[in-house]
Design a protein around this ligand. Structure first.
Ligand SMILES: Cc1cc2nc3c(=O)[nH]c(=O)nc-3n(C[C@H](O)[C@H](O)[C@H](O)COP(=O)(O)OP(=O)(O)OC[C@H]3O[C@@H](n4cnc5c(N)ncnc54)[C@H](O)[C@@H]3O)c2cc1C
Length: 410
């Protein structure tokens, strides 16, 4: 079947994965991917971990290299920004003034580091952490710095803090909320992370926020709401994501902090899909639509949209999964823990080896946070959704494999 052109806006992980999935599933027509960054589509997780530490070369992060794109007949237009979508004419306009027609359009525009007033990154002493260019800038500045100020106690701020401590820098981390990762973690896990970073020498300032961050004496100076003044050689601002849904909004698509889609990524325009961090998609595990900013969702949504575009069956939703690496801690989250529910403690999560297990009202496993316990995640993947009822005392016993901590019919 000859197909009309598929245009993908956004050359990040989701955009690159969608282009590859379309070809893998048999798309025969032209595919053009337009990306603002000059680099080919790549994965971001290592930017705050291995790449900052110089352990992971950039080449290992590439999702869709220029060579593979050429081989797969995927046209890459890198260093190019789409400035407008004309839904009636089915065209997109680029900042180079080109107008490209589309039969199907995929929006994979992700987001950019949230900017706070008075805390603008300058790429010299003050950095955001979203792109490979940001990470390379941070790494180069870290190499000639002795101290780092991290603004934001979410995943990225904590990973940057851990990487900087491992590189020998003095690190101060300022978080406006009362605890670390307060939006996504229960207090017990926030406390474990706070303890870990404090033991590793990070000066944690919780419940305080910078009101200004300015270059000073070859470094930076931060004035906090409490009146404290902090000085460091450099700063990284990691205070969340501003979703890049402006194009979609200007084109009249339904948006609400993200582009609204169905589970296959369809927007309210049948010719337009949205995937990855920019998409607000219904999740059965949550019972509502959400933007789950993760490596897993970028891949799954790319796959789902590619299949839907090619009229292939779309697989049912997978349990959301996320990981973070800080020092020697590997933390994984499977499912969406309900903070109002008391979890089962398995092993010793407080000392960095064990899991917290969440059961639904029918006593079935629905979410896990595992600290250096990847086997619990592997087994939980096989249990969640099976309908098996958990035997609480056995689930709490780390000597019992999680898969055996269930009531089975005699
Ligand atoms: C430092 C860091 C560490 C992370 N670590 C983890 C982790 O450990 N585990 C995990 O699960 N997830 C992690 N994530 C999250 C994960 O990387 C993201 O969920 C994923 O990158 C989302 O991919 P995306 O393609 O939707 O968006 P993005 O990767 O943001 O890509 C969007 C692309 O679109 C481009 N673009 C935007 N607007 C336009 C336009 N108008 N025209 C052309 N191009 C445009 C942007 O420049 C960008 O290149 C991390 C993210 C970061 C930044």
């Amino acid at each position: 079947m000859k197909m009309s052109q598929i245009v993908i806006i956004g050359g990040g992980q989701a955009g690159g994965a969608a282009a590859l999935a379309l070809r893998r599933h048999g798309a025969t027509g032209p595919i053009t991917l337009i990306g603002r960054e000059t680099l080919p589509p790549y994965e971001r997780p290592a930017l705050s971990k291995g790449l900052l530490l110089g352990e992971t070369p950039f080449d290992r992060l590439i999702v869709l290299s220029e060579a593979v794109a050429a081989e797969q007949a995927i046209t890459l237009r890198l260093g190019t920004t789409v400035t407008a979508i004309d839904r009636a004419a089915q065209t997109v306009t680029t900042d180079a003034g080109d107008v490209l027609p589309y039969g199907t359009l995929i929006l994979a525009t992700g987001g950019r580091g949230r900017a706070l007033p008075g805390l603008a990154p300058d790429g010299r002493d003050i950095f955001a952490i979203r792109t490979a260019a940001d990470a390379e800038g941070i790494r180069a500045r870290m190499a000639r710095s002795r101290s780092l100020l991290v603004i934001g106690g979410g995943w990225l701020g904590l990973e940057v803090a851990a990487s900087a401590r491992k590189s020998g820098l003095d690190v101060t981390l300022v978080e406006a909320g009362p605890r670390l990762c307060g939006r996504v973690l229960p207090p017990v896990v926030s406390a474990i992370l706070a303890d870990l970073h404090t033991r590793r020498g990070v000066d944690l300032r919780l419940g305080d926020a910078p009101v200004s961050l300015t270059p000073a004496d070859g470094g930076v100076s931060a004035h906090l709401a409490s009146g404290a003044v902090l000085a460091a050689d450099m700063a990284v601002v990691a205070v969340g994501l501003t979703v890049e849904d402006d194009l979609a909004r200007a084109a009249g698509l339904a948006t609400a902090d993200g582009i609204l889609t169905d589970p296959a990524g369809r927007t309210d325009d049948p010719a337009i899909f949205a995937i990855g961090d920019v998409a607000r998609t219904p999740h059965p595990a949550l019972g509502t639509a959400a933007r789950l900013e993760s490596w897993q969702m970028a891949n799954l949504q790319a796959e789902a949209a590619a299949r839907a575009i090619l009229n292939l069956p779309v697989p049912s939703a997978e349990t959301p999964w996320f990981w973070s690496d800080q020092y020697d801690l590997n933390l994984q989250i499977l499912g969406l823990p309900d903070m109002a529910v008391q979890p089962i403690r398995r092993g010793s999560p407080e000392t960095g080896r064990g899991s917290l297990l969440w059961l639904d009202p029918a006593e079935r496993l629905c979410a896990v946070i595992a600290l250096n316990a990847p086997r619990d995640i592997a087994m939980a993947r096989r249990l969640i959704g099976t309908g098996l009822v958990i035997d609480r005392p056995r689930a709490a016993d780390p000597a019992v494999p999680l898969k055996d901590a269930v009531f089975r019919a005699a």
